[in-house]
Design a protein around this ligand. Structure first.
Ligand code: MTE
Length: 325
């Protein structure tokens, strides 16, 4: 059953534009959906685990900052930390951008990650064990939402290929399906029955093992704040942001292409590939330009979000498919 509901990130770009002005003014007082409690937002939302009590401290805090990998360069300034930390999509905690405070309810320990499906041997790995095994590094990436806004952030994390290697998929596996946690008591958005929870996304094995596919565990030199999808989220910067699933608990290897969360809700607008292309408009707005949040500037959108040299070859021979939405 599909119920058409307006979603915050589906605003046409003309309506999305005033957001930066809004951020530059009195962001916490005038923001729609934010109550008085949000005025004191600064401290906790920039902290690793988001909470103020020592018991809530993120046990991975000592791992950061990690060394920056210079291979990934930006053509724009890094987005201000406070701007990026208070402008998020995480529907589990609300269908608008101001979910940062609500997302502090996310419990990120204990946290385990399943490596399942078509693998040599299924495993469940504790997040801190995983962090101890993976080659952590920092990368500066652009991040482009289908809604036509963008930011640039210093993610910390590890190449997704390292996780695929750990999982040891069978030769017949063609896709990796990722799932977010399911806990409607903790994440009230999951009580909204018209969404097909839990959030699901997928990549081909070739995409998942491309050097750009990155599993994120930190940002701005610290553990990942909850609103960004702690303790483990994806960053695939050549694709629209909805592919970059947050708070992952399961990686399942399969020979069947999955139907992802937004594809299931509105398949005509959001498909499996979702590669960034300025020339292919969303059915309801242009993708030719993007707003750099927090700056008031609009810049031209780039094919593959500027990452064509890394990923264009992945799509050779697939020109007949809907690669761009
Ligand atoms: N992952 C989950 N589990 N839930 C979500 O609502 N939103 C997606 C993606 N991953 C989403 C998600 C969308 S639409 C975008 S644009 C990015 O997360 C936003 O990431 P950010 O908040 O770090 O900018």
């Amino acid at each position: 059953m599909l119920i058409k509901r307006p979603r915050g990130w589906e605003l046409p770009e003309s309506e999305a534009t005033p957001e930066s002005e809004f951020l530059n003014r009195r962001r916490f007082i005038k923001g729609a959906g934010l109550g008085a409690g949000a005025i004191a937002v600064g401290g906790p939302l920039l902290m690793s685990a988001g909470g103020s009590a020592a018991a809530d401290a993120d046990p991975s805090a000592g791992l950061y900052p990690v060394m920056r990998n210079p291979a990934y360069e930006l053509d724009r300034d890094i987005t201000d930390e406070m701007v990026a930390s208070t402008y998020n999509n995480f529907y589990e905690f609300g269908s608008h951008k101001r979910i940062a405070r609500a997302a502090q309810e996310l419990k990120i320990r204990p946290w385990t990650v399943e490596l399942a499906g078509m693998v040599e041997s299924e495993q469940t790995v504790d997040i801190d064990t995983l962090l101890g095994k993976m080659p952590l590094e920092e990368r500066l990436y652009r991040h482009r939402c289908v809604e036509a806004w963008a930011m640039a952030v210093p993610w910390s994390g590890f190449p997704m290929k390292a996780l695929v290697d750990l999982a040891r998929p069978l030769s017949g596996a063609r896709y990796v399906v990722m799932k977010t946690f399911l806990d409607p008591d903790m994440a009230p958005g999951q009580k909204q029955f018209w969404y097909p929870w839990p959030y699901v996304e997928g990549l081909t094995i070739e995409e998942a093992t491309n050097e750009l596919a990155f599993l994120v565990t930190g940002i701005y030199g610290k553990p990942l704040p909850k609103q960004f999808g702690a303790p483990l989220r994806l960053a695939v910067p050549w694709k629209y942001g909805f592919k970059s699933i947050k708070s992952i608990v399961r990686f399942e290897f399969t020979d069947k292409r999955p139907v992802s969360f937004w594809e299931e809700i509105q398949g005509k607008e959001y498909g499996f590939w979702a590669n960034v292309n300025p020339e292919v408009a969303h059915p309801r707005w242009s993708q030719a330009t993007e707003e750099l949040i927090g700056t008031g500037k609009r810049v031209p959108t780039k094919l593959f979000n500027g990452y064509g040299e890394f990923v264009a070859d992945l799509y050779k021979g697939k020109e007949g498919e809907r690669l761009w939405a």
